[in-house]
Write a protein that binds this ligand. Structure first.
Ligand code: UDP
Ligand code: MG
Length: 314
């Protein structure tokens, strides 16, 4: 198998057939042995029946039907576990990532790259809010992390089997694949493209999911929030020390003092606030550590047409 294409799908009934047509066109043009792995991430529409219909007609179509909605990153991870291609493409189902770009990405691998990701020059049909939050997030992330996670990229990329094997062996449950792939290293490069509008349907990434995803990215690749709390703690302690000196001075030397209800309240509230922030940040990390040591399976497969012995999931 030369190429596996992984397509996470969540309520994409209006896009499946068009995507299949365009992907198949691209694959036939490249004249390679390929498989299209559709991962149904608990869709509530006809997505899975459309995929199964395709699988009945075309031997290259494989499906993994997850038992519920596990989220985009986990859907992709399931596809990675079951893929057998020497190279693996990750692509969205909504045609925002043009399948035709795969041809160029695949060619780039011949120049000795194990990862070729697609970098968006522009994004069509996204809200101002999404564009702006994404832009700010990726820039902050690249500033505070130790691995260089490329800005303005999604998961649309082609990766070599070697990278896939490492990815599959990484134990974290809060997946942030683009960060993990950057962490893995090897030779990585990119090609630029214009991100298209969604062909049909609606985004499966409302603000709540975006926020969770951003937190996963930050906590998995940066200790800065934890460290900031420590710095903050030092600064607050220093200010408190000065205030204590002043309080003692006022009480015993200048003897100019009121029963200081206001200052007491302010100081108490201030420190209370800091403690709350600190606990919140520590809590974020703890919850993730907890998630990792719990060691639950990452996903549960309801059904697949890929024989188990073909790919033992790691
Ligand atoms: N997706 C998924 N599970 C989810 C949400 C999204 O598998 O819980 C898939 C979705 O079908 C699409 C890809 O992930 O193929 C990207 O999602 P979407 O297009 O909704 O995100 P956006 O492009 O709006 O950021
Ligand atoms: Mg999309």
């Amino acid at each position: 198998m030369d190429i596996s294409v992984i397509i996470p799908t969540y309520n994409e009934e209006a896009n499946i057939n068009m995507l299949y047509e365009r992907l198949t066109g691209v694959m036939q043009q490249m004249a390679l042995k390929y498989e299209l792995i559709f991962v149904n991430d608990g869709s509530k529409d006809k997505t899975i029946s459309l995929i199964k219909a395709l699988a009945d007609q075309h031997e290259q179509v494989r499906f993994i039907d997850l038992s519920r909605n596990f989220g985009h990153q986990i859907a992709v991870s399931a596809g990675l576990d079951y893929s057998v291609g020497d190279a693996v493409v990750i692509i969205d189902a909504d045609l925002q990532d043009p399948p035709e770009l795969i041809i160029d990405m695949y060619k780039k691998m011949d120049e000795g790259f194990q990862v070729v990701y697609a970098k968006r020059k522009s994004r069509k049909g996204e809200s101002f809010f999404k564009l702006w939050t994404a832009k700010v997030f990726y820039r902050i992330l690249s500033k505070i992390t130790s691995v260089s996670i490329p800005v303005d990229t999604g998961d649309f990329r082609i990766i070599d089997r070697k990278v896939v094997d490492v990815l599959n062996s990484m134990p974290e449950k809060h997946k942030f694949l683009r960060g993990q792939i950057a962490w893995i290293g090897f030779n990585q490069t990119y090609i630029e493209y214009e991100r298209q509008e969604r062909f049909a349907g609606e985004t499966g990434y409302p603000f709540s999911k975006m926020l969770k995803f951003a937190l996963d990215g930050i906590t998995a690749f940066s200790d800065l929030p934890l460290k900031l709390v420590t710095y903050f703690g030092f600064i607050v302690s220093f200010i408190s020390f000065l205030l204590m000196l002043y309080a003692l001075y006022a009480r015993f030397i200048s003897r100019d003092y009121e029963p200081g209800w206001t200052s007491l309240m302010l100081v108490t509230l201030f420190i209370g606030g800091i403690i709350m922030i600190a606990l919140g940040v520590i809590g974020e990390y703890l919850s993730r550590i907890d998630g990792n040591i719990r060691n639950r399976p990452l996903y549960v497969v309801r059904n697949t047409n890929i024989p188990k012995d073909e790919t033992p999931p790691s």
